[in-house]
Design a protein around this ligand. Structure first.
Ligand SMILES: Cc1ncc(C[n+]2csc(CCOP(=O)(O)OP(=O)(O)O)c2C)c(N)n1
Ligand SMILES: [Mg+2]
Length: 355
């Protein structure tokens, strides 16, 4: 039997091309729903959307094996979905429900699933890098042939943890793929305003780490270069630094006046939408019909409806468990606090600042 090739990249099948498209649409629609639920007060706290950057998560994670580890940032809904955490568990976590993947204790920024080797969801910029190095060190010491992909933003490159982590990973030849999602901004700070060298891939050379920059709006290119990078990482050659050049179409967090960039710049990048890009390439090659695209969208819509139902129907953590897993002697935490006070403290109002 001849397996049809994906017209957009001859070394992959048409089926694989459609799978990549499906995963990107899943992320996009899931997050659009999150934005809507946030406006309705169902999701509270912080919410950082990945819309526009889907090609990076989908491309890079397609190159991973099941037992490879992922360490991500607070902009991690897409990575969590692609890794296979059920959408309902992710949505329930967004709601803060006890059936969420972090039992409702983490929320949007702290999706976590150790069984699936998804180690966050980390709110601290650069905080995931040393963790990834630790995970990879454990694998190396225990002679397990697996890799860790460590995802971080351009803002993390300004942190000491970035340099310390690359140094040790290179020195100890650890199996880490450092994946920088360079979306050109760290909150409202453009990369030119926080980096003396804006070509992030070049920073690998300081540590003797091979590095590459890739168009993050092209999922096929991201997957291809991630596979090559991981071949080296798994062979014992040590870490790899991959810079994916991408762009977020939305604000940093849910609300941000976006005074740091022009509307025209955003529109220019929207023309390079990773979903539209792959859709167009598949359609030009007659590998995706209107009916197939519609079927794909309805499959995604059904999954999201189901996820919302799981979140809506999920239980709240009982008040009695409020201090569970809090490492302070029980007696000093609850003393003198009435049930009513606890309940009002629990009902946190919308934060005014971005973390
Ligand atoms: C150590 C630390 N410093 C500052 C912050 C506040 N903060 C939250 S997100 C952010 C910007 C990070 O930008 P980047 O790493 O490029 O990721 P992006 O949001 O663009 O995906 C900052 C400074 C933080 N969370 N942690
Ligand atoms: Mg950034």
């Amino acid at each position: 039997m001849v397996i049809p090739k994906c017209a957009a990249r001859p070394d992959c099948t048409r089926e694989h091309g459609l799978e990549l498209l499906y995963q990107m649409i899943r992320i996009r629609r899931f997050e659009e729903k999150c934005a809507e639920l946030y406006s309705r007060g169902k999701i509270r706290g912080f919410l950082h959307l990945y819309i526009g950057e889907e090609g990076v998560a989908v491309g890079a994670l397609a190159a991973l094996d099941e037992d490879d580890a992922i360490v991500a940032t607070y902009r991690e809904h897409g990575q969590a979905l692609v890794r296979g955490i059920p959408a309902g568990e992710i949505m329930a976590e967004m709601y803060g429900k006890a059936n969420g993947c972090s039992r409702g204790r983490g929320g949007s920024m702290h999706l976590f699933d150790a069984r699936r080797r998804f180690f966050g969801g980390n709110a601290i910029v650069g905080g995931g890098l040393p963790m990834a190095v630790g995970l990879a060190l454990a694998d190396k010491l225990q002679k397990r042939e697996r890799a860790t992909v460590c995802i971080f933003g351009d803002g993390a490159v300004a942190e000491g943890a970035f340099h310390e982590s690359l140094n040790l990973a290179a020195l100890w030849k650890l199996p880490v793929l450092f994946l920088c999602e360079n979306n050109l901004y760290a909150m409202g700070t453009a990369i030119e305003r926080h980096q003396s060298q804006t070509d992030i891939a070049q920073k690998g050379a300081n540590y003797g780490i091979p590095a590459e920059a890739v168009d993050g709006m092209d999922v096929l290119a991201v997957e291809q270069v991630s596979r090559l990078a991981l071949d080296g990482v798994r062979s014992g050659a040590g870490p790899f630094l991959l810079e994916a050049r991408t762009y977020r179409f939305r604000a940093h967090s849910m609300y941000d006046a976006e005074l740091y960039r022009s509307k025209d710049e955003v529109e220019q990048w929207k023309r390079r939408d990773p979903i539209a890009f792959l859709t167009a390439r598949l359609r030009e090659a007659h590998q995706l019909s209107d009916g197939e695209l519609a079927a794909l969208e309805s499959r995604v819509a059904a999954e999201i409806d189901e996820a919302v139902a799981v979140a809506e129907g999920g239980p709240w953590e009982p008040l009695a468990d409020l201090t569970k897993d809090v490492y302070t002697p029980q007696s000093t935490v609850g003393a003198g606090i009435t049930q009513a006070t606890r309940a009002s403290r629990n009902a946190v109002s919308q934060p005014q600042v971005t973390p």
